[in-house]
Design a protein around this ligand. Structure first.
Ligand code: SF4
Length: 331
C-alpha cells in the first residue's frame, strides 16, 4: 500500500476549536428566554460540545427543537431511573486491550480516540474510561494479528475522524498489513457537524487503503443533513465505499412517522442506506429519550409501507453478552 499525503489541512481543526462548549454562550446564541434557560444544565459532567454550523440549524428559543434536544444539556439529565446505568452495554467487560473491544465473532472495535465533533446527550459511551495518555496501538494491533478469526476492524470512539490524517494513515497502514483482516468499518458522526473533515487529504487516505472500507454515519434527523454534508459523503461513495447510516430512536427527536420517513428518504436519495434504528442504550441521564420497542415497530411499519425495502432500517437493541445486536425486534 502506498500513501502520499499532502500537508494535512488544519481547516477542520480550526472550525472544531470554535465549537460551543459553554452553555451560557449557546443559550445566548439560541436566544433562549429565561423560562427556557431554567431547563438547562449549566455544568454537565459530559460537557457541551457543539459545532457552530449544527447550532445554526436549531430554531431560536425552542427547547423542543429535535436538534436542540440531541446536543444541549438539560436538567432532565439529572433524573435517576432504574435500569439507566453508566455502562449500559457493558463495554468494559469486552475490553481486551485499553483501546480495543471484542464483542462479536469476526470483528473487533478499535477506540483510538475519545474525541468527537459534537457531544450527543444520549451517548452510551459518555462515561467510558478512555485511554487518552498515548496514541500507541501496539498491543491492540498485536491482538488483531493474533486473532486470525477476525475479519473486520471497526474504527469507533469517540469519533475516528477526530484523528488527524497522519494518525489515521498509520493505523490504516498497520491494519492493511494484517492478511486475515478484510474489512475496515468507520463509524462516524463527524461530517454531520464538520463536513470540511472530508477533504482531499482524507479522501486520498481512504483511496490508498487496500481493505474494503465501509463508512457508517450517525444521523437521527433529516435536518442534520444539508447539501455540503451530502456532497462530502458522495465523494466517499465515489471511491467505491458503501455508505450506511445508523440512527438512534429518540423521544422528541425522531419518534414520529413523518420524521423517520423523511430521514430514511433523504438518506436513500443521497445513496446512503438506512442500516440500523437502534433502541436507546439506557445510559444514566438519558431516560427522557427512551422510546418503547413497540413504538419503534409501529414507526418502521409506517416507513416500510412507503419505501422500498432497502430504505427501511433494522430495529435493533444491544443486549450485553448477546452474540450480535438483537434484530428480532424487526419485521
Ligand atoms: S458522536 Fe458518537 S461517540 Fe461521540 S458523543 Fe455522539 S454518539 Fe457518542
Amino acid at each position: 500500500m502506498s500513501f502520499s499525503l499532502r500537508t494535512p489541512t488544519s481547516r477542520w481543526r480550526q472550525i472544531q476549536k470554535e465549537n460551543f462548549t459553554q452553555v451560557r454562550d449557546l443559550a445566548d446564541f439560541l436566544e433562549l428566554s429565561e423560562e427556557n434557560r431554567a431547563q438547562l444544565l449549566n455544568a454537565p459532567k459530559f460537557i457541551l460540545n457543539l459545532p457552530h454550523r449544527l447550532a445554526s440549524k436549531i430554531a431560536k428559543n425552542d427547547i423542543n427543537d429535535p436538534l436542540f434536544r440531541q446536543f444541549v444539556p438539560l436538567i432532565a439529565e439529572q433524573e435517576k431511573k432504574e435500569g439507566f446505568v453508566t455502562d449500559p452495554v457493558c463495554d468494559t467487560d469486552f475490553r481486551k486491550e485499553k483501546k480495543l473491544l471484542h464483542k462479536y465473532h469476526g470483528r473487533a472495535l478499535l477506540l483510538p480516540t475519545s474525541a468527537c465533533a459534537m457531544h450527543c446527550r444520549y451517548c452510551f459511551r459518555q462515561n467510558f474510561p478512555y485511554e487518552t495518555g498515548t496514541s500507541d496501538l501496539t498491543r491492540e494491533l498485536a491482538y488483531l494479528k493474533k486473532h486470525t478469526d477476525l475479519r473486520e476492524v471497526i474504527l469507533s470512539g469517540g469519533d475516528p475522524l477526530s484523528l488527524n490524517d497522519a494518525a489515521l494513515m498509520q493505523y490504516l497502514h498497520a491494519i492493511d498489513e494484517i492478511p486475515h483482516i478484510r474489512r475496515i468499518r468507520f463509524h462516524t458522526r463527524f461530517p454531520i457537524g464538520i463536513p470540511e473533515r472530508i477533504d482531499n487529504s482524507f479522501l486520498e487516505l481512504l483511496s490508498g487503503c487496500q481493505k474494503q472500507i465501509y463508512f457508517v454515519i450517525h444521523c437521527n434527523h433529516a435536518r442534520e443533513l444539508d447539501e455540503d454534508i451530502l456532497s462530502a459523503l458522495r465523494k466517499v461513495g465515489q471511491l467505491g465505499i458503501p455508505l450506511l447510516n445508523s440512527s438512534v430512536l429518540l423521544k422528541g427527536v425522531n419518534d414520529n412517522e413523518e420524521t423517520l420517513l423523511q430521514l430514511c428518504e433523504t438518506l436513500i436519495d443521497a445513496g446512503i442506506m438506512p442500516y440500523y434504528l437502534n433502541l436507546l442504550d439506557p445510559v444514566e441521564g438519558s431516560a427522557h429519550f427512551d422510546v418503547p420497542a413497540a413504538r419503534g415497530r409501529e414507526l418502521l411499519q409506517y416507513v416500510q409501507e412507503r419505501l422500498s425495502g432497502y430504505g427501511v432500517p433494522h430495529l435493533v437493541r444491544e443486549e450485553p453478552g448477546a452474540s450480535s445486536k438483537t434484530r428480532n425486534l424487526s419485521f
